[in-house]
Design a protein around this ligand. Structure first.
Ligand code: MN
Length: 198
């Protein structure tokens, strides 16, 4: 991949001779379109919510992680686009590198775009630019409709991630607290940090 694209920020922040994270190449995944939620024990623990769009992963850091209760609004702070291959990444980003800390694939699956304007579907990349995207997630821990809505623009750009009120909503559940393990390896953050196998 040469020239400038929306992965420039991702590339510039990382030294790929030091970090085990994947290099920045646009990629064709197998199962499409993909979403992933990565639990990231960095300076502060957060959940990185990523949606495939236009060959990259549009990304937000969600400090409290997703809720399955439609009454809970979760702050989501946009971060740089990530390469599609990042949806497979689980491991330890070394100290001194950007985002240093442990990453666990907390949930992953495919999604459907639900975003419409006046009865017409709006593509996900365009929806993100416009500041509102609705998706139906088919994950193992989170399923059903979720809406992401920008409420502040500019330097402090901020969004809210909210569960839509549908059959998959369940205020009695809190998978962020009760289901801490990786959906790909079964490991906890501690297992990954200690280099223990699945
Ligand atoms: Mn992160």
């Amino acid at each position: 991949m040469s020239g400038s694209d929306t992965l420039d920020d991702y590339r510039e922040k990382r030294d790929f001779s030091r970090t085990p994270e994947p290099p920045a190449e646009k990629s064709t995944g197998i199962v499409r379109p993909v979403f992933v939620i990565q639990k990231h024990d960095a300076t502060t623990l957060h959940y990185d919510f990523r949606l495939e769009a236009d060959g990259v992963l549009k990304s937000w850091a969600v400090p409290k992680g997703p809720s399955v209760d439609p009454k809970e609004k979760r702050l989501a702070l946009p971060t740089e686009d990530h390469p599609l291959d990042y949806a497979d990444f689980e491991g330890v980003i070394p100290a001194g590198s950007y985002g240093a800390g442990t990453v666990l694939v907390w949930d992953r699956g495919t999604y459907r775009n639900l975003t419409e304007k006046e009865g017409q579907e709006v593509g996900v990349a365009e929806a993100v630019r416009r500041g509102h995207v609705s998706v139906w997630l088919e994950g193992k821990k989170v399923r059903g409709g979720y809406a992401l809505t920008r409420f502040r623009t500019g330097k402090g750009e901020a969004w809210l991630l909210v569960k839509m009120d549908d059959a998959e909503a369940d205020p009695g559940k809190n998978p962020v607290a009760t289901e801490p393990r990786s959906v790909v390896s079964g490991r906890t953050l501690e297992d990954i940090e200690a280099g223990r196998d699945e």
